[in-house]
Structures are given as structure tokens and as C-alpha cells.
Design a protein around this ligand. Structure first.
Ligand SMILES: [Zn+2]
Length: 331
């Protein structure tokens, strides 16, 4: 049967006729906590999908509204790092391109070859496709927020672990902490990722909710020189702060409890995530799957800090970090 094409239907009903829905377009309440922070120049946001037919790309397209997710990530990062600060404190990032492609690891962020103010976030479709479906949306949004931090934060000689910790702190504060994250106080304060992220969260309680903004701003103004840096930001040495944090968690007891609570779920998850990939740039082996570290990693850096995490936990981390990392200390 042939039939005429259906008459076009208007999707633009007058506002009064719109059904009440959970539309995300309603304006946010203008509370001081959530007022938008705007850079001097609105960044150009771009998306590149290298293989539309890959399972990871299909999940990305099915589950995320890409323009909203990327814009929301920018807003969260700017709000959490620059609320109350003058605009000139915000880096002059001109564009962010999210590249969805097949690669080892999870994700990384890099500046363009021509101009470091143009950022690229590379996000692995292989990783996306190995995340359990129920977690995919949140995990993708969390990774995008983490990577977006690298597009806007100041580094200026900071330890890689602090850079990664700030990125995971933003992810945590933006509401995308994965269920497997735990507070751990073993290892070093700058082991990075959620370990440092939760340390920063604790610092907020002890030294004011703007402490991470101050840390980021101190990096911009003065760069990183450990002793004066922490003295200026928190009034004492970072080793003392880490000691206090450890004490607040009950030292090793907390770690053991966490591990015990964690192990059953993680072990069963591991059965479903046996695939390992080789990360080309570092030769690191990483385990793909939801419990894997959501952000990019530089395991080499963490190892140099005598990271005491188990080999299994370390093996979860994958990907590459393309952000400035301090030269490794001579220890
Ligand atoms: Zn990162």
C-alpha cells in the first residue's frame, strides 16, 4: 500500500500547552551554590565519533544527550573550581572536542598540537562497551566530568596525583562517584584519583569548602612548591594533613573493613570483566569493566610513590594521562 507521507506535526507547542514533564530545560534555581560561572569566552564544544557502529558508540548515542552532557560537565567544573573567583582565573580554553573512539584504557585529555587552548578528550568505546549496561550512563558522564576538569584546571608543577585527585573530587562533588569508590588512607596523599579526591573532600570540612578552589588558584598564582604551597592553602604541611585524615578514618581498620565489604562484589564483577588490554603508550595492562578506574591513569607515577594498593586493584586502572605531571622525585 502506498500512502501519502503523514502531515508534519509541530513539536513547538505553546509553552502553556506543554504537558508537565521532567523536562531538564526548566531553569535552575538561582542559588549562590549553583549560579553558573562563565569564562571570558564560551568554549566551542565538539563531538567526533570515529565508528558509529561500534557497541560503545551506540551506547554513547543511546544513553547520553551529548550536547547537554558536555555542557553540563563544563558547568560543573567551572562552578566547582571557579565560583567566586574573577574570570581571569579561568584558563583560556577555547574548544573541547570529545573524541569517541576505540583505544586501550579509559580516557585521556590532551591539548591540540597547534594550540594548547584547544583540548581533546579521547574516550574509549572499548571501555564503554564493557561497563555493565545499568551503569553505563552514569559512568560515561562521570568520565566526561573527570576529563573536563583537565581542560580547565591549573597544574603548574603540581604532582600528577593532586591533578588526578582534583579531577575525581570534582566528579565526586558533581554526583558521579561510582559505587566502588571507597575512602582509603593507606599509601600517600598524592596517590591520586579517588584516594586523593576523598582527602580533598575531607580538607573541605577542615579548612573550608573553598579549599580546592584555593588550591587550584594557588597553582595558578604561585605554582607548586610543596612546603609553602600547603602552608599557604591550609596552614600546615601536607604530611601532617594526611596524618590527620588517616586518623579520622581510623587508619588501617577502615581500610580492612572497606576491602572486606568490597571484595565480594568486586570478585563477582571480575568474573564478568576478564578481558585485559594492553595500553599502547605505557605497556600497562588494564582490566576493562565497570569497577575499573573511571579516569585515565598514570600508573607509573603512582607506583613511584610506593603505592600499597593490591596488585589486583592496581591492575584495574588503565588509560593514559595526558596532563602535566611533575618530574618524579629522587627517592
Ligand atoms: Zn585524569
Amino acid at each position: 500500500m502506498t500512502s501519502a507521507a503523514p502531515a508534519p506535526q509541530s513539536s513547538a507547542m505553546p509553552p502553556s500547552q506543554h504537558p508537565i514533564s521532567s523536562s531538564t530545560q526548566s531553569p535552575q534555581p538561582a542559588t549562590s551554590d549553583h549560579s553558573p560561572v562563565k569564562p571570558h569566552r564560551k568554549p566551542l564544544l565538539r563531538l567526533e565519533i570515529r565508528d558509529l557502529t561500534s557497541p560503545g558508540a551506540r551506547s554513547f548515542l543511546r544513553l547520553l544527550h551529548a550536547s547537554s552532557s558536555i555542557e553540563d560537565a563544563v558547568s560543573s567544573v567551572l562552578r566547582l573550581l571557579y565560583s567566586g573567583l574573577p574570570r581571569h582565573c579561568i584558563p583560556p580554553t577555547r574548544s573541547v572536542t570529545l573524541v569517541i573512539r576505540s583505544m586501550g584504557g579509559v580516557a585521556y585529555t590532551t591539548g591540540s598540537d597547534i594550540d594548547g587552548d584547544h583540548k581533546e578528550i579521547h574516550f574509549s568505546t572499548d571501555y564503554i562497551s564493557h561497563v555493565p549496561e545499568a551503569r553505563q550512563k552514569e559512568e560515561m558522564e562521570g568520565v566526561i566530568v573527570h576529563e573536563m576538569v583537565h581542560c580547565w584546571q591549573h597544574s603548574n608543577g603540581a604532582p600528577g596525583g593532586l591533578i588526578e585527585g582534583i579531577a575525581d573530587w570534582v566528579r565526586l562533588k558533581a554526583g558521579y562517584a561510582p559505587p566502588h569508590w571507597r575512602r582509603h588512607a593507606d599509601g600517600q596523599w598524592d596517590s591520586g584519583y579517588e584516594r586523593t579526591g576523598y582527602f580533598l573532600e575531607w580538607l573541605e570540612k577542615e579548612h573550608g569548602e573553598d579549599v580546592v578552589r584555593r588550591i587550584n588558584e594557588c597553582l595558578r598564582q604561585d605554582g607548586y612548591d610543596e612546603e609553602p604551597f600547603w602552608e599557604k592553602c591550609c596552614g600546615k604541611s601536607v604530611s601532617k594533613l594526611w596524618e590527620e585524615y588517616r586518623a579520622s578514618l581510623g587508619h588501617a581498620d577502615e581500610h580492612q573493613r572497606n576491602d572486606k565489604a568490597d571484595s565480594g562484589r568486586q570478585d563477582s564483577a571480575e568474573k564478568n570483566e576478564a578481558e585485559h588490554v594492553e595500553t599502547p603508550e605505557t605497556g600497562e595492562s588494564s582490566t576493562l569493566g565497570e569497577p575499573a578506574e573511571a579516569g585515565p591513569d598514570n600508573e607509573l607515577d603512582a607506583d613511584k610513590h610506593k603505592d600499597t594498593r593490591s596488585a589486583r586493584v592496581k591492575a584495574r586502572r588503565g588509560g593514559n594521562m595526558h596532563v602535566p605531571v611533575r618530574p618524579l622525585p629522587d627517592i
